[in-house]
Design a protein around this ligand. Structure first.
Ligand SMILES: [Zn+2]
Length: 371
């Protein structure tokens, strides 16, 4: 087809859903010309690994090397091509039975295309299943190509990883998240706050942009400096309000988890299973994700707070230039101290400090009661 350059490079349109990962896309486009037996796409959640894997699959299945327009390309990109086998774990981890069925599937012949692509998600959660997969991933039948996806390169994955071509993905940059949101009709200013709070994850940006409480929560953090009046009572009140706003922030994620559980229950029903297999592990994984989401949210709240104190610092520096003298110098020193206190709190959070104690101490510090 006309859109495929004569050197056999696949069309760039196959990777248009992959945001802000030029190095990974270049690597995959080159890989599609001379495919090897296994690829490992690794990087944080929401960095576009799945979309990239579907693009690679289209390039490998398309009779024209990835024209981006034919029926094969379209079905591969949509994940509906019969020779693109997508394996998702059914419980909290990829278990040995699932690994065995992947091995069996790898031996089958492709149905339509010259090869088949086995895309396996969350292999970082395949610690127990990894040995069962190793031999097949190392040396699959000639018509099978593995595309493994992992959020991180955990030690249990080291042997499998060494048998694959590794394609690293990084967090999506703030500018790229903004551009992606603006393309989807999001107001640029709102896109900027969402991008900041997304931490380089498009999945998080997608949830936050549709979260009606997001703007109010950001506002709440930014208004802290105006509310603190130097009394312990108000400091405690603000700390507790901020912590409950972080609880509210979890609502969209909890909805998503409830939907996931419902879908698993439906699948279990279809095969006549009594309840969801490994339900406890699924719920544990959800709790871990909620915990991580909570910490992220608190951290981004603290970033907004630090920014509001930084703005104050700039304002007082301006006032100082206006020769108001001694008072402004004290104000500026205080603002520097406040920005530093927020930064320290954010670092303590990463060290798993107790959130409630941390927020109480920070609000007291910001109130100037320690001065
Ligand atoms: Zn095609």
């Amino acid at each position: 087809m006309a859109s495929v350059p004569s050197d056999g490079t696949p069309s760039a349109t196959l990777f248009e859903e992959v945001v802000g990962q030029p190095a990974a896309v270049t690597q995959l486009m080159a890989a599609a010309r001379r495919p090897v037996h296994a690829y490992l796409l690794h990087g944080p959640p929401g960095s576009g690994k799945r979309a990239a894997a579907r693009g690679l699959a289209a390039a490998l299945l398309c009779p024209d090397g990835g024209c981006g327009r034919c029926n094969t390309c379209r079905r591969a990109l949509a994940g509906t091509h019969p020779d693109l086998v997508m394996v998702e774990r059914s419980g909290a981890s990829l278990d040995v039975d699932e690994a065995r069925s992947i091995v069996t599937r790898a031996q089958r012949r492709p149905l339509e295309a010259a090869r088949q692509v086995l895309m396996v998600s969350d292999v970082h959660l395949a610690a127990k299943a990894a040995p069962a997969l190793l031999k097949t991933v190392e040396e699959p039948p000639p018509a099978t190509v593995f595309v493994l996806l992992a959020d991180e390169l955990v030690p249990a994955l080291a042997t499998i990883a060494s048998r694959c071509v590794k394609v690293p993905f990084g967090p999506v940059s703030r500018q790229d998240v903004v551009a992606w949101l603006v393309d989807r009709g999001v107001d640029p200013e709102h896109a900027d706050s969402v991008a900041e709070a997304s931490g380089g994850r498009l999945d998080r940006a997608r949830l936050l942009v549709g979260d009606p409480g997001f703007v109010a929560r950001q506002q709440q953090w930014r208004s802290v400096s105006a509310r603190l009046d130097g009394t312990g009572a108000v400091a405690a009140e603000v700390a507790s309000e901020l912590l409950s706003s972080v609880d509210e922030a979890l609502a969209p994620l909890r909805d998503q988890h409830a939907q996931e559980l419902a879908a698993l229950a439906e699948q279990a029903d279809l095969v006549g299973a009594k309840g969801i297999p490994g339900r406890k592990q699924v719920e544990d994984a959800h709790r871990r994700e909620e915990r991580r989401w909570r910490t992220d949210d608190l951290r981004f709240g603290l970033a907004a707070l630090a920014e509001s104190y930084r703005d104050r610092l700039i304002a007082t520096a301006g006032a100082e230039g206006g020769a108001s003298g001694h008072g402004a110098g004290t104000e500026a020193r205080r603002a520097v101290h406040q920005v530093e206190a927020v930064r320290e709190a954010s670092l303590a959070l990463e060290r798993n400090a107790n959130e409630a104690l941390l927020m109480d101490a920070l609000m007291i510090e910001l109130s100037g009661m320690g001065d």
